[in-house]
Design a protein around this ligand. Structure first.
Ligand code: FAD
Length: 318
């Protein structure tokens, strides 16, 4: 079922969803099931599976020269989605990127998803590959997520890249896109970011999931701004409980988000990471309760491969 239909059918009740990462290459899929199993009691209508593009690594050879190699450390997004739908009978949402994909790769990826009965996709640009500063599209690829959404929408209308394919079967994907309450790191302003978000929606996106935030006011202000700009589709908040002291620096650096002073000082006081984890859980419970009270249809949690803290939070909310 489509995310938008899940929201329509929820009768105003806040639903629980979460995002998982494929395991590192070489690990068994059981590690994913072990993360999902404890969260199934909260009846997620859908589970997102991230996509991880290739990385370049430089390996030293016998002659001392470095050889550039392309590696994908977390392959398996589509296979995991199929396994989730099969095992749990829950909609799995694969993330799909512009980065590393030609338009042809994208079309073939979407055909696989369609054949597997996957009805939702999260369309993203992706970041620059490690060791590069700026995002670079493939020669025959998309530069921005709105172009990717356009291609998915074309397939929904039965328009394939090969224009000679007549009477082709139409896909029926519900497309989600990303948004940033604290602005995307490359955007010159929040206004310009919202301008391009509108373009993704005009091209066919039907719902939005936000970057993590730790101050609900930022989310509420962002939603107000979007609504005043005429955006009417659901804006699902993304939440992440802080779990380690290191994340105090890592999260602002990696995701370009601010942490509230009250949260920072609570974490600084912690003696070890088990105390930090507890602070993170309590903070996220407060955030979740406030969002639930505001009637937000879905709360989406970034599990980042760990489910125990999400389970504790969900048990207080759902
Ligand atoms: P876009 O919407 O293309 O925007 C990128 C930047 O370009 C923004 O600053 C925007 O304002 C600007 N822009 C957009 N269109 C134009 C235009 N036409 N002209 C000029 N500027 C423009 N990354 C992964 O690698 N794998 C994942 O699975 C993944 N999942 C994610 C899930 C969520 C919910 C979120 C919030 C992010 C996720 N990301 C993931 C990270 C994401 O790929 C990065 O944040 C990336 O830098 C931007 O992706 P986007 O789809 O928002 O890009």
């Amino acid at each position: 079922m489509k995310v938008t239909d899940h929201i329509k059918q929820s009768n105003g009740n806040t639903q629980f969803s979460f995002e998982i990462l494929p395991p590192l290459k070489g690990q068994h899929i059981q590690s994913i099931f072990d993360n999902i199993d404890p969260l199934m009691e909260f009846k997620p209508p859908f589970i997102d599976v991230t996509y991880h593009r290739e990385e370049y690594v430089f390996k030293e050879q016998e002659n001392g020269l470095l050889k550039k190699q392309v590696v994908k450390k977390r392959p398996g997004t589509v296979g995991i989605c199929a396994a989730i739908q099969n095992k749990y009978k829950v909609d799995a949402i694969p993330h799909i990127l512009c980065g590393g994909f030609t338009k042809e790769d994208t079309e073939n990826f979407l055909i696989d998803l369609d054949f597997l009965g996957i009805q939702n996709v999260m369309a993203l640009r992706g970041d620059a590959v490690k060791n590069e500063t700026y995002f670079r599209a493939e020669k025959e690829g998309h530069h921005y997520a709105n172009e990717l959404v356009n291609q998915i929408n074309a397939l929904n209308e039965g328009v394939y890249l090969d224009e000679e394919l007549l009477n082709s079967s139409k896909t029926d994907f519900c497309v989600g896109v990303a948004a940033y309450p604290e602005k995307h790191m490359e955007a010159p302003s929040l206004e310009s970011d919202i301008h391009f978000l509108k373009k993704k929606i005009k091209n066919g996106a039907e719902y939005v999931v936000t970057q993590m935030f730790f101050d609900n006011q930022k989310y509420f202000d962002f939603v107000d701004k979007c609504r005043s700009e005429g955006i009417t589709i659901p804006i699902i908040p993304g939440l992440k409980p802080i779990a380690t002291k290191k994340q105090l620096n890592l999260l602002p650096h990696r995701f370009h988000v601010d942490l509230p002073e009250a949260l920072i000082s609570e974490i600084i006081k912690c003696k070890d990471n088990s105390e930090v984890k507890q602070v993170g859980i309590e903070w996220c419970i407060q955030q979740s309760k406030e969002l639930q009270k505001a009637g937000i249809p879905v709360l989406h949690y970034y599990s980042m491969g760990k489910s125990d803290n999400i389970q504790t939070i969900a048990s207080q909310i759902f």
